[in-house]
Design a protein around this ligand. Structure first.
Ligand code: SF4
Ligand code: SF4
Length: 92
């Protein structure tokens, strides 16, 4: 399992969420991100999150590229306190 700052990546809830109602299937996000996080689904003409834990912790670039603001991430402050708490339990 990959780690981030000593924490197993899959214990870190950082990944995009895509609002299917807002996604227009333009692929701007998927064309940018090479981390195999996102997948374009022909049948629905929308992009979905396929491998959430491949997302780079604290990256938000795809959400900035989305023309319809369909992509969101965890709240910054809540995430910062989550990480702080987690790190306090990591042996050094
Ligand atoms: S936030 Fe960054 S790493 Fe994560 S899916 Fe978007 S572009 Fe890819
Ligand atoms: S950039 Fe936004 S609208 Fe375009 S495919 Fe990605 S999530 Fe959908």
């Amino acid at each position: 399992m990959k780690e981030w700052r000593g924490i197993p990546r899959e214990e870190i809830p950082w990944f995009p969420s895509i609002d299917a109602e807002k996604c227009i299937g333009c692929k701007a996000c998927i064309e940018f991100c090479k981390n195999d996080v996102l997948e374009y689904v022909e049948a629905t003409v929308k992009t979905v999150v396929k491998h959430p834990y491949n997302c780079v912790v604290e990256c938000r670039t795809c959400s900035r590229l989305c023309p319809t603001e369909a992509i969101s991430f965890p709240d910054e402050k809540e995430f910062a306190s989550f990480i702080k708490e987690k790190l306090s339990g990591v042996p050094r």
